[in-house]
Design a protein around this ligand. Structure first.
Ligand SMILES: Cc1cc2nc3c(=O)[nH]c(=O)nc-3n(C[C@H](O)[C@H](O)[C@H](O)COP(=O)(O)OP(=O)(O)OC[C@H]3O[C@@H](n4cnc5c(N)ncnc54)[C@H](O)[C@@H]3O)c2cc1C
Length: 408
């Protein structure tokens, strides 16, 4: 087990500086354009693939870093560049984590490379859990997966919504109900391979922020996938369902469902994205406050402005510490006994919303225009308290974990 450390080692610092360079030189200059275009920034993803940032190797290296700091450090730097473009670069990672968390070695080796493609032909992947009537309430999911034993195929039917890269992905990871009586314990995750008939993109959403990231409905109409596309395999699913049925009868210990395993692993990473956006807005505000003069002196000469900056930086550092702690715990197999993953996501996402709003205020009229990046950062930051579990759901998870009671 790696000791918890707040200091990046030399190798990590080198990677951080390399990522920062890419974020500053490639992502940040393209941010305003792709935000206005509201399209997936394929040329930027391709550039990231060419230098090795958009690749399974890079992601795996960070994911398995024993200090746990690889992923949060990478997320912070890329999202410092721009949240919408960075989500287009790392969105595939959520689907990849879905496979890493629940798939067999063979499934990991087969599907994750197809999620990324290669530098000459980049691909993206989508993780599809949310539905129109099942957002926070995952147990209300209606998409069904029925096993056709004669053909050893699963047949998927339903509508997914809010899927990042939904419909444009090469590989879709779809969570579906296999046993409706078990609620969220009766869910399983499936790979839908490239060009599978029956899968189509529904509505593409026009969003408030992270507009360079594609978000859409995914419609599944009699989508047939081979038995080998059930993540973890049939035997493991049957055993898990049997245990869940037994526990439902006897009221025993809770069983984790497939989507939850993905979210638990990814929450600190979302916290790190929020830290990146918050830090970016804080830096713009600090520079602006030092150079903008009113009443014959820089506005930072006023405690009213300087204290805001002090609070912004304090919250950002506190958020990063919570994120790093949760990431270190996750990679070292430490149980989140106080819902530390949720804590990190809750605090970092609320920090990003608050800090970006403060940055807009410090820039005054300029902060309210698209001439300055804090306006976009403020719109982008609003997503962090919504996706991968809203702030209210994080509080629910934390309160339930601390109290051991099923608070509603
Ligand atoms: C840009 C974007 C990208 C996304 N990407 C993906 C993706 O790639 N894959 C995917 O599967 N999903 C994705 N999502 C979906 C996202 O995870 C959901 O939007 C989120 O879980 C909330 O669900 P909902 O929108 O249905 O809100 P609802 O669940 O309807 O919640 C509405 C409000 O009610 C509150 N609320 C609900 N229940 C409770 C409760 N018990 N106690 C207190 N408050 C409550 C919520 O906190 C929220 O404020 C994405 C969403 C967006 C906007």
């Amino acid at each position: 087990m790696a000791e918890f450390t707040m200091e990046l080692n030399d190798e990590q610092k080198e990677v951080r500086d390399w990522l920062h360079g890419f974020a500053a030189d490639v992502i940040r200059p393209a941010a305003a354009e792709w935000d206005e275009r509201e399209e997936t920034p394929w040329p930027v993803i391709q550039e990231a693939a060419k230098v090795g940032i958009y690749s399974l190797d890079f992601y795996a290296q960070q994911y398995f870093d024993p200090t746990g700091l690889g992923i949060p450090m990478a997320m912070e730097e890329l999202f410092w560049g721009d949240a919408g473009i960075a989500l287009s670069i790392v969105g595939t990672g959520l689907a990849a984590v879905g496979v890493l968390a629940n798939g067999t070695e063979e499934q990991i080796g087969t599907w994750i490379p197809q999620m990324y493609g290669d530098a000459n032909d980049v691909k993206v992947a989508a993780f599809c859990s949310s539905e129109p009537d099942a957002g926070s309430d995952v147990a209300s999911m209606r998409t069904r997966a029925v096993y056709d034993e004669a053909k050893d195929e699963w047949v998927l039917n339903g509508t997914k919504t809010w899927a990042t890269n939904g419909g444009i992905a090469n590989v879709h990871v779809v969570v579906a109900v296999v046993d409706a009586e078990l609620g969220s314990k009766g869910h399983a995750s499936f790979i839908v391979p490239p060009n599978t008939p029956g899968l189509s993109q529904g509505q593409k959403f026009k969003k408030h922020g992270i507009r360079a990231s594609h978000t859409a409905e995914v419609v599944l109409e009699n989508v047939r996938v081979p038995g080998s596309c059930l993540l973890g395999g049939k035997e493991k699913l049957d055993q898990r369902l049997a245990r869940a049925r037994e526990r439902a009868k006897t009221g025993g210990e809770r069983v984790k469902n497939a989507a939850m395993a993905t979210f638990e692993a990814s929450r600190p990473a979302v916290g790190a994205m929020a830290v990146g956006t918050a830090r970016a807005a804080y830096e713009v505000a600090l520079d602006y406050a030092k150079t903008r003069e009113q009443f014959g002196r820089p506005i930072i000469d006023n405690q009213g402005v300087a204290f805001q900056l002090a609070d912004m930086r304090t919250s950002i550092d506190a958020a990063r510490l919570l994120v790093w702690r949760a990431s270190w715990m996750a990679i070292n197999g430490k149980q989140f006994t106080a819902a530390e993953g949720s804590m990190s996501k809750l605090f970092a996402s609320e920090t990003a919303k608050k800090v970006t709003a403060q940055a807009v205020q410090i820039l005054g009229g300029n902060g309210y225009t698209r001439e300055y990046p804090v306006e976009r950062m403020h719109r982008d930051a609003a997503i962090y308290t919504i996706f991968e579990g809203t702030s209210e759901i994080q509080r629910l998870v934390i309160a339930r974990t601390l109290s051991g009671m099923s608070i509603r």
